[in-house]
Design a protein around this ligand. Sequence first.
Ligand code: XMP
Length: 315
Amino acid sequence: MVEPKAFVASALEQLKSAVPGTAIVAASGGIDSTAAAVLAQRALGDRAQAIFVDTGLLRAGEAERVAGLFRATGLAYRPIEASARFVAALKGVRDPERKRKRIGAEFVHLFEEEAAALGTDRLVQGTIAPDWIESGGALRDTIKTHHNVGGIPKASRLVLVEPLRDLYKDEVRSVARELGIPEPDRQPFPGPGLAVRVHGPVDAERLRRARVANAVVEEEVDRAVAAHEMARPWQYFAVLLDARTVGVTGDNRIHGDAVSVRVVESTDAMTATAAAVPAAVLARVARRITRELAGEVVRVLYDVTDKPPATIEWE
Ligand code: XMP
């Protein structure tokens, strides 16, 4: 476990020597990239230009939440609206690895454009240890290409600066606390966003369904935690499955989608256990998802698998 104060001091030194001029900073509003962005701004001041990309793959209310977080953290940033190009890049892609690669490539193009506009080649990212370990950095087989690692081609002129690359999630949280970032224990959200929570093909319509289902799970679990029905789990979300299933409305049988709800306990995301969520909470989640997506989602499942053998996300 790193000592947060000492880590911050050495990260600031490392950033100063790795960035002689200006740098762009990829800030998604997640705990990892927010910590990296705050470190970059402390080390480099105005020479660090943070950007937040709206990929169209974000959760409900995410852009507003991130604006509030950056305001509270004192982080200056520029929002970039890019949903059309990300959704277009995913058209017709159903393979999880190809999705990650397409998203990664789109981020790289965008960062290259932004870096060129700023006259730099330095890109500060919040990559942490599990991202590159699971992307094949230390294991023989790629388990999963994390978008912020797999997408940078060798030919890219971007030079990556990754101040958190040796840290695990619990260590990043202690560093975030040291940096005064609000809600350091917020649940993680994958860089490729809702694209990996839409199992199979991604389009604006299926993204909308996944967004509604994820919002319901977050709201109902948050409410149950506030009411002391359960402890706050490590991560909780919904996945829109690539399955058509039969449901009934009134006298009619209809075909609709199925949603899988995933709630896990973990400390470092390398292993996880499926959480024992009270049945009443799951029942409320199922009722709300099928009501708010009436005629679209007709079945809600609960995923009881640990990691390993399953990963936390479906894809
Ligand atoms: P898995 O599904 O690999 O997830 O067990 C482990 C943790 O990482 C998150 N995750 C990602 N984060 N880029 C990210 O930045 C990704 O491509 C990615 N895939 C998964 C996941 O939400 C979990 O917390």
